[in-house]
Design a protein around this ligand. Structure first.
Ligand SMILES: *[C@@H]1O[C@H](CO)[C@@H](O)[C@H](O)[C@H]1NC(C)=O
Length: 325
């Protein structure tokens, strides 16, 4: 028995040593682009957004909560930053914090909240960017509803809030004051193959011309949702490459969109108001850390990565994306 378990242990060690050695080699290699590293209390960080007026990244915790990673003026590259907890909401304890959107005109942070394992609870919460007081918590789905997964969030010019459901592929609409309004559904959101529905609608952004752009992760389909025209959903005709495994989105300009995921970053351009678009460039970052969200800091795209590495301090990486075709 002892021999057996010792052998099992040896096999397990050998099996785990291979990827561990590979990851260590990837970690030791100098990064090809600029990286903001920060120490964190947790291993899993789903989203990071740059909060320019306050010179900090806001990051969401898969274990629930939000952190701030301040970047002092004259921060020297290579110095490791620190995460401080700014939101730990007991009313949604046990749920994950996922997509974030900074609603600057209303000085608040919007957070998608979901029960990642059971898919029995979804909500959106708003917190004041100065005091971190909660402004509202809006339940979107509960145990008696269909299974759901509030994944990402966007806000339009008037403050209406849109939250994607990665499980049932729909979009919840919430008023600027936090009142649940309606659900946007469309047959286009449901792929024919059941296995492509496993991870559905995900990243979402509001385009200043009055529409939403949303990605469906497993199919890579990109949708345009015209808010002025009864929320009509159109499939954007994407050429030049696939967008499957696309996760978080960010607009770099009205004609350029970044899709974080696997590969780490894809740059998509449209010259006809997002009727069609093409994948024009890619960025390959630290794939073992998994890029899940994009943000723009001083005109430069940075990618959040899900996995922190290190013990006892977990070190996370927000990596500059330099695109090449
Ligand atoms: C998520 O939060 C809701 C609301 O408080 C709670 O009822 C539910 O149990 C939480 N989910 C988990 C998985 O803890």
């Amino acid at each position: 028995m002892a021999i057996c378990s010792a052998r099992t242990l040896a096999v397990l060690l050998l099996l785990s040593a291979v990827p561990v050695a590979y990851i260590i080699s990837l970690e030791i290699a100098p990064p090809a682009t600029h990286v903001f590293h920060y120490h964190s209390s947790g291993f899993l960080r789903e989203c990071a957004k740059w909060d320019a007026p306050n010179r900090r990244f806001l990051v969401s915790f898969l274990e629930g909560g939000v952190g701030a990673v301040s970047v002092p003026e004259g921060h020297s590259p290579g110095a490791v930053l620190d995460e401080s907890v700014v939101v730990r909401d007991p009313d949604v304890a046990g749920n994950a914090s996922l997509g974030l959107t900074i609603d600057h005109p209303r000085n608040r942070l919007l957070v998608a909240v979901a029960d990642v394992i059971g898919n029995r609870y979804s909500a959106v919460a708003a917190y004041d960017l100065s005091t971190w007081q909660r402004l509202f918590l809006t339940k979107l789905s509960g145990p008696s509803d269909e299974k759901s997964f509030a994944d990402d969030v966007a806000v339009d010019a008037e403050g209406y809030i849109y939250v994607t459901d990665g499980k049932a592929s729909k979009i919840w609409k919430v008023s600027p004051e936090g009142e649940f309004l309606s659900i946007i559904r469309d047959p286009l959101f449901t792929p024919k193959e059941w296995y492509k529905a496993l991870v559905g609608l995900n990243g979402i952004v509001y385009h200043p011309d009055g529409y939403l752009i949303v990605i469906h992760t497993f199919t890579g389909n990109l949708f345009k949702i015209d808010l002025a025209n009864g929320n009509t959903v159109k499939l954007i005709d994407v050429t030049g490459g696939s967008l499957s495994f696309g996760d978080g989105l960010e607009l770099v300009s009205p004609t350029r969109l970044v899709v974080a995921g696997n590969p780490s970053g894809r740059l998509v351009e449209s010259s006809d108001g997002w009727k069609s678009a093409s994948v024009v460039a890619k960025f390959k970052g630290p794939a073992h850390r998994l890029a899940t969200a994009a943000t723009v800091k001083d005109g430069i795209v940075y990618l959040n990565h899900m996995f922190g590495i290190g013990y006892p301090k977990k070190k996370h990486a927000i990596v500059e994306a330099v695109f090449s075709s």
